[in-house]
Design a binder for this molecule. Structure first.
Ligand code: AMP
Length: 367
């Protein structure tokens, strides 16, 4: 720690990573390239990130003793998933700096708090309403109209914990099927495309955005990302400004992803924020091969207190996720000219499970 309270790691120092999935794995690999060590904490003995670090803690997130020992072994702590339990973050933050800060989790773990926060910044979102009972759901549908999207406030991902409400759907049934007491109803957005911005912010307030990425989902799971997005320079500037504003307002340290919808507006296309992910993000995987410095290294630099890179994109980049059985095709991908294959070392492919990804970079700016 420096006198100002900022973290300033030296090569050889150790970063603690909560979560042992592919994001933790790729963070640890980026840290290693910079001469930094990582220790991974995960309750899953089969964590893909365990394979690439020397020191791992396999324990539950509620195991205070294990958390304390872990904290004592590391110099700064970060996480690869946003649902870190508040109590876990508190135990760790009492011993070591946790970056991004614990308070950010409170905003981003709850869709209602997150939407209120974005709205307060004057940034556009889908119209939304707090829903806590079938009565409030009926009132929300009456105000917002159909189709609409109902989402659980907490623990939703890859389309889980959400449903579209169409004409004829019975609110009682929808509420029963969702099985929660706290949700939000959002207007269904007939978007032109989905984009995201990966933004990095340092403790000094320095901010660097990657080029806007265009994302294609299949079955609610990201399938393909393309950078740059096929949008005008004006809209790209608007999207990056939104991400920067969010990162600054959160006083964020690390890499953050902002997912947005592009919609037709009165003065041309505009962006609406869908979701904030306080971590490295699947739609930024293209940066591993398609930019001078990846989102993973950018995150490590930010939490280490090192200068952020000014990332330069190498060309027009396409990232394809290998989901479930897609990964069985890895040998074919290995022979595709120009393709870079990333496999996460996960055991059995299951439907919807992210097993790896492939990046292809073509010459040209894409502009
Ligand atoms: P989320 O879990 O909020 O990221 O939503 C997953 C996906 O569902 C998004 O990437 C969109 O494709 C779709 N989606 C979510 N919210 C809406 C909405 N309000 N209108 C239209 N599509 C949506």
């Amino acid at each position: 720690m420096t006198a100002s309270g900022h973290v300033r790691l030296k090569p050889g120092d150790t970063i603690g990573i909560l979560g042992g999935g592919q994001l933790g794995r790729m963070l640890a690999m980026a840290a290693a390239r910079l001469g930094l060590k990582c220790q991974v904490f995960s309750p899953d003995p089969d964590s893909p990130a365990f394979d690439v670090v020397l020191n791992a803690t396999c324990a539950e997130y509620a195991d205070v003793e294990a958390l304390e020992l872990f904290a004592n072994d590391v110099d700064v702590i970060t996480y690869e998933f946003e649902n870190v339990p508040a109590a876990t973050a508190m135990v760790l933050a009492a011993r070591r700096p946790v970056l991004p800060a614990q308070s950010i989790l409170e905003t981003t773990q709850d869709r209602l708090i997150e939407k209120d926060f974005v709205k307060r910044l004057g940034i556009g979102t889908a119209d939304y309403a707090d829903v806590s009972s079938v009565e409030t759901l009926r009132a929300a549908i009456a105000r917002i109209g159909r189709p609409a999207v109902i989402k659980t406030r907490r623990f939703g991902y890859d389309g889980k914990g959400q449903a579209i409400i169409r004409d004829g759907d019975d609110p009682n049934q929808v509420w029963e099927d969702l099985g929660t007491k706290s949700a939000i109803l959002e207007a269904f957005i007939p978007f032109e495309r989905e984009v995201s911005v990966i933004v990095a912010r340092s403790a000094d307030g320095e901010v660097e955005c990657y080029d806007v990425t265009e994302n294609e989902h299949r079955d609610h799971i990201l399938k393909i990302s393309r950078a740059p997005a096929a949008i005008s320079d004006e809209l790209a500037t608007q999207a990056r400004a939104v991400a920067e504003k969010i990162a600054n307002a959160l006083d964020y340290v690390g890499v953050l992803a902002v997912e947005m919808f592009v919609v037709a507006g009165p003065g041309g296309p505009q962006v609406l924020v869908n979701e904030i992910a306080p971590r490295v993000h699947n739609s930024g995987h293209w940066t591993l091969d398609g930019a001078s410095v990846s989102q993973f290294e950018q995150h490590i630099r930010a939490i280490a207190g090192w200068p952020l890179a000014k990332p330069i994109r190498h060309g027009q980049v396409t990232m394809t996720n290998l989901i479930g059985d897609d990964v069985l095709d890895y040998e074919r991908w290995l022979t595709v000219p120009g393709a870079t294959v990333h496999l996460y070392g996960k055991g059995t492919p299951r439907p919807g499970r992210k097993m790896g990804h492939v990046t292809e970079v073509r010459p040209g700016s894409g502009k």
